[in-house]
Design a protein around this ligand. Structure first.
Ligand code: NAP
Ligand code: MG
Length: 397
């Protein structure tokens, strides 16, 4: 008999190869076992186009309403995609739209499997990364100066009052200047989302910045994190986790020696760089999951990779593919398991654990897709095709 999931989950379908995998996962690994009310939104690029992207906004509102969503990878249209799909325009990235409606932060979490060794030997548990996705150099203003002159920061208060001026540099010759900013509101939301996720994952929270050099800018981030984590003291205690502030270079050194299991909160640029390092250090994009968490505790799960376009074109031609479905399967188990925890239905959480264990056991028994077969130890004699892998997981389950 199917296990009943108490409250609805928002499902967002997507594009290309991940859409193909999505249906297989749903039909073979989820729906035979769970009685779940899925609020379905089709974010296929053509549906976004015909609805003038309304469907994406509706999906985001539904996540706000129900609290938990799971999303298939989607095409972010560029000029080539507009032509390929005959679109009205280059619609915005659905992930960007959903992120801004939920005011959310994206966390990445790798899946650890015994025979897929990480590049760093000590990493036995996942290192989760949260990247602040607003401001700093990503919303900067820059100026190349061509000769001698004076550069200043000027702040003019909106309600009148004297402008504040800070000298940057007296140029003796050509050079370059950059101005950047962040807002208290955005940093607080980020800190809150990090706390939500650390508590939900029962993972220690680390934050690193360079406040010895940037006493005001980086110091501002450090102080907000100190304030928000102090407010959440009781939640930290209940979850049995701690908060650690470090200099960013110390954080990097500690991460390379750690066994993992922590959430590493990063400023925008650090997160951009470090999330790619951590992802490749753990093996494959096909093993990286991603979750969007809002400061008020709404969750949206997905795979970190895209729609795997190249494989899709092979699939359309009728050629066999070997696309890794693990991150997409874990997006489902992540969402359903969160639902189960919020609903207080341990049998739902237990099903997700069983499905995840079946995936891991399948790979540990030597059945895996091509991307993993080239990094596995030992290497399997042959790799599994897309559907073959999912069928083996279903058998294992
Ligand atoms: P991608 O889908 O991440 O794939 C890039 C390459 O990485 C693939 O060609 C494949 O390498 C490998 N790969 C990624 N995921 C894999 C998997 N599950 N199994 C096996 N191999 C995998 O990136 P893309 O092809 O550059 O982008 C395609 C579309 O995805 C774009 O339209 C982009 O807008 C969209 N995108 C969406 C999201 C999202 O919705 N979250 C994120 C990123 C990109 P090989 O070809 O060497 O096998
Ligand atoms: Mg990057």
């Amino acid at each position: 008999m199917a296990i009943k999931v108490k409250n609805p989950i928002v499902e967002m379908d997507g594009d290309e190869m991940t859409r193909v995998i999505w249906k297989m996962i749903k039909d073979k690994l989820i729906l035979p076992y769970l009685d779940v009310d899925l609020k379905y939104f089709d974010l296929h690029v053509k549906v976004r186009d015909t609805t003038d992207d309304k469907v994406t906004f509706e999906a985001a509102e539904a996540i706000k309403q129900y609290g938990v969503g799971v999303k298939c990878a989607t095409i972010t249209p560029n000029a080539a995609r507009v032509k390929e799909y005959n679109l009205k325009k280059q619609w915005a990235s659905p992930n960007g739209t959903i992120r801004s409606i939920l005011d959310g932060t994206v966390f990445r979490k790798p899946i650890i499997i015994k025979n897929i060794p990480p590049a760093v030997r000590s990493w036995t548990k996942p290192i989760m990364i949260g990247r602040h996705a607003y401001g700093d150099i990503y919303k900067n203003s820059e100026l190349v100066v061509t000769g001698p002159g004076k550069a200043e920061i000027v702040f003019t208060p909106a309600g009148g009052g004297a402008p504040q001026t800070v000298a940057i540099h007296e140029f003796k010759g050509p050079g370059v200047i950059m101005g950047m900013h962040n807002t208290e509101k955005s940093i607080r939301s980020f800190a809150k989302a990090c706390i939500q996720y650390a508590v939900a994952e029962k993972a220690d929270l680390w934050f690193g910045a360079k406040d010895t050099i940037s006493k005001q800018y980086h110091g501002f981030f450090r102080d907000i994190f100190a304030d928000e984590t102090a407010r959440a003291k009781a939640q930290f205690e209940t979850a049995g986790i701690s908060y650690r502030y470090m200099l960013i270079d110390d954080a990097v050194a500690q991460v390379m020696k750690a066994s993992g299991g922590m959430l590493w909160a990063c400023m925008n640029y650090d997160g951009d760089v470090m999330s790619d390092m951590i992802a490749s250090g753990f093996g494959s994009l096909g093993l990286m999951t991603s979750v969007l968490v809002s400061p008020d505790g709404k969750y949206e799960y997905e795979a970190a990779h895209g729609t795997v376009m190249r494989h899709y074109y092979e699939h359309v031609k009728g050629n066999p593919t070997s696309t890794n479905s693990v991150a997409s399967i874990f997006a489902w188990t992540g969402a359903i398991s969160r639902r189960g925890e919020l609903d207080n239905t341990p049998e739902v959480v237990a099903f997700c654990k069983r499905l995840e264990a079946a995936v891991i056991k399948t790979i540990e028994s030597g059945v895996m897709t091509k991307d993993l077969s080239v990094i596995a130890e030992p290497r399997p004699a042959k790799y599994a095709l897309t559907e073959e892998f999912i069928d083996t997981v279903a058998k294992q389950l």
